[in-house]
Design a protein around this ligand. Structure first.
Ligand code: C5P
Length: 236
């Protein structure tokens, strides 16, 4: 899924340790989403086999956010390429050499069928104060732009950012990078641990390619209806 969608698309995060529940969610939301996301909670509980199970419904965005020395990350990318994910994530803060190694490992494993490599910039749960505590100079927007430049120059296909940085990233890097955006909250839904959030319509208008929505869909009484409502709110 390295290509851009024609208009902003929806991804549902299947955050549960229960493979059967994740598969049921994937089946339910499949008509309304472009991809489904397997993250650390599900992958650590159910292992690589869950990806094939989920991929029977929609292509899988494997969000394991790798961050290690280049050789280790390259090995991890080779390992997860066996599950044929459409997209995978690593932390931009892991540096250019790590990102280059990941891209090379993906190309060596799957060639043209390789997943899109997405660099996570600043997690959407970070406030400016929380980020400053980690020693970062400047606020989230400045750090997102810094990590974005590093990641794109190292060969990342796209970035994971909050809704609040989309327009600055488009101004700086144009339309080419895939922008995948969590921290999306329909009006009236609970923010949970997310800090830098916006509504789906706002994130789409700012130029997001993909919106990642978890709990507002999976914690809803009817996840399929919740996904359908968000998808219907996006411009076509
Ligand atoms: O439930 P919620 O909509 O907050 O889920 C957001 C999903 O996106 C989670 O699976 C989380 O791991 C992921 N994510 C995020 N912020 C990032 C990168 C990924 O919230 N920067």
């Amino acid at each position: 899924m390295r290509g851009k969608p024609n208009s902003t698309g929806l991804i549902t995060a299947l955050d549960t340790p229960d493979a059967a529940r994740a598969e049921a969610w994937a089946r339910a939301v499949a008509p309304h989403v472009g991809l489904v996301k397997v993250g650390l909670e599900l992958f650590c509980a159910a292992g690589p086999a869950v990806v094939a199970r989920i991929a029977a419904h929609r292509p899988v965005f494997l969000d394991l956010k790798f961050h290690d020395i280049p050789n280790t990350v390259a090995g991890a990318v080779r390992s997860v390429c066996a599950t044929r994910p459409a997209m995978l994530t690593l932390h931009g803060g892991g540096g250019g050499a790590m990102i280059e190694a990941a891209r090379r490992a993906a190309e060596d494993s799957l060639g043209e069928a390789r997943p899109a490599i997405l660099a996570v910039t600043v997690l959407t749960s970070f406030t400016a104060a929380g980020l400053a505590e980690t020693g970062v100079i400047g606020g989230p927007t400045q750090h997102v732009l810094r990590l974005a430049r590093l990641a794109l120059e190292a060969g990342a296909d796209g970035l994971v950012c909050s809704p609040q940085e989309i327009s600055r990233l488009r101004d700086a890097f144009g339309e080419a990078p895939l922008l995948v955006v969590p921290g999306v909250r329909p009006a009236g839904s609970d923010k949970g641990d997310q800090a830098r959030v916006a509504a789906p319509e706002e994130a789409a208008a700012a130029g997001a390619d993909w919106l990642v929505v978890g709990r507002p869909i999976t914690a809803a009484p009817d996840p399929a209806a919740a996904a359908a409502a968000i998808a219907a709110s996006l411009p076509r």
